[in-house]
Write a protein that binds this ligand. Structure first.
Ligand SMILES: C[S@@+](CC[C@H](N)C(=O)[O-])C[C@H]1O[C@@H](n2cnc3c(N)ncnc32)[C@H](O)[C@@H]1O
Length: 383
């Protein structure tokens, strides 16, 4: 790592930020003891950082291999998670590239970071020094750290790694390193609050049944793309009924929250299409709060199997998209007219719809093919 900090090498990296990396890799490194692969990795890191971690746009920052860049949280989600966190002692047991830790620990007096990968923790220590941030850096397996530890922490953070990178679909907490089911009791003995980041693919009911003292699940989306589930475990919280909080960063959507158990007893009102159509954002869809959102916003649901809602009056602070609509006869559409086509609970796919009615994708207007409990609907957005 030290060699990469050589001024000439840093200048070379800066001068080649827009270079074609494949051709660069074929060249011989102009520097003794530093391979072209290492140099290209630094260029890749800087490019990833431009969007994912802009705070790392500083001289002499060192970047790890791609896997660690991919596993790291983005600055925007890390900064969101840091809100309201404050205290004396902060511990991150799965430091990785240290992006989460950097933001989450900002308002703590003493910070302990644990990472099993020796190269990675060295890089984190170096980068934190550049930012003038102090911490105790532990290159240890977290089980060893926990067995030696005598401190108490206000907040313990974990962002477990997947054991198998190919597990794309459903996966279980046992598939993660560490397995939080094995250590959750131990963590709550030494920490007041435990915060755990998980993939959005994990099922929420499964988490509620397996994780103890679970007080909150945050579903964090960025521009309507669900990025993370964030669990909060609190020692004094009785299990079973966490607050579910749906957040869509970089949007005007309000935060939508409900208690897990309440969803089961709330009944949604159903109704036929009125003036406005409401399409919940993806964090709400992930949450399963389909009855709660109808009750909270006083909206009628169109159909038990479709999570679309309606009202006669406009309601502005909905956690999702709102369209002013009218029900139309699709046969009267003009040939080649452009629409954003949505098909939900309707027999035709968007492609089949385009073919059948000779319309095209795009433009500003929406066409929603769906059904209420009474009838098939084709809704065209107005304005
Ligand atoms: C998903 S990454 C964390 C990324 C981090 N939150 C960030 O924003 O950069 C998980 C990290 O946990 C580390 N890890 C997994 N199991 C561990 C264990 N038993 N002990 C210590 N570190 C572990 C991995 O080496 C990996 O770097």
């Amino acid at each position: 790592m030290e060699k990469l900090l050589n001024k000439e090498i840093q200048n070379y990296i800066n001068a080649n930020l827009d270079a074609d990396l494949h051709s660069l890799l074929l060249k011989k490194s102009p520097f003794d003891g530093v391979s072209m692969q290492e140099i290209v990795q630094q260029i890749k890191g800087r490019k990833v950082a431009e969007k994912k971690f802009p705070f790392l746009k500083k001289d002499n920052i060192i970047f790890p291999p791609n896997l660690n860049l991919e596993q790291a949280s983005s600055e925007v989600t890390a900064a969101y998670k840091s809100e309201f966190l404050k205290g004396k002692n902060f511990l991150d047991l799965t430091c990785g590239f240290g992006i989460d830790a950097y933001f989450l620990s900002k308002n703590f007096d003493e910070i302990d970071l644990v990472e099993q990968n020796p190269d990675l923790i060295k890089i984190v220590e170096h980068n934190w020094n550049i930012h003038g941030r102090k911490a105790n850096f532990h290159n240890l397996d977290l089980e060893d750290f926990l067995s030696q530890n005598k401190k108490h922490f206000d907040v313990i953070y974990l962002d477990p790694a997947r054991r198998d990178q190919n597990l794309k679909k459903k996966f279980l907490l046992e598939d993660l390193s560490p397995n939080i089911l094995e250590i959750q009791d131990q963590l709550l003995e030494i920490g007041d609050k435990v915060i755990i980041k998980l993939s959005p693919l994990i099922d929420i009911s499964y988490l509620v049944s397996e994780v103890k003292h679970l007080s909150k699940i945050e579903i964090i989306a960025w521009r309507n793309d669900v990025k993370e589930l964030v669990l909060t475990l609190e020692k004094n919280f009785i299990s079973g009924n966490p607050l579910i909080s749906c957040i869509n960063l970089e949007s005007q959507d309000s935060i939508f929250e409900f208690y897990f158990e309440d969803e089961k007893s709330i009944k949604a009102d159903f109704g036929d299409i009125e003036n406005y159509l409401y399409i919940p954002n993806n964090s709400v869809l992930k949450s399963g709060g389909f009855n709660s959102i109808s009750k909270l916003f006083n909206l009628k649901k169109l159909h038990p199997n479709t999570h679309l809602y309606t009202s006669s009056q406009l309601l502005n602070n909905f956690a999702g998209r709102i369209l002013k609509v009218k029900n139309i006869d699709p046969k009267k559409l003009i040939k080649n007219e452009k629409f954003n086509i949505i098909s939900k609970n309707h027999p035709l796919t968007p492609d089949e719809i385009k073919k059948k009615y000779k319309i095209k994708d795009g433009g500003q207007d929406y066409l929603v093919f769906t059904q209420s409990q009474k009838a098939k609907l084709v809704l065209r957005s107005l304005d």
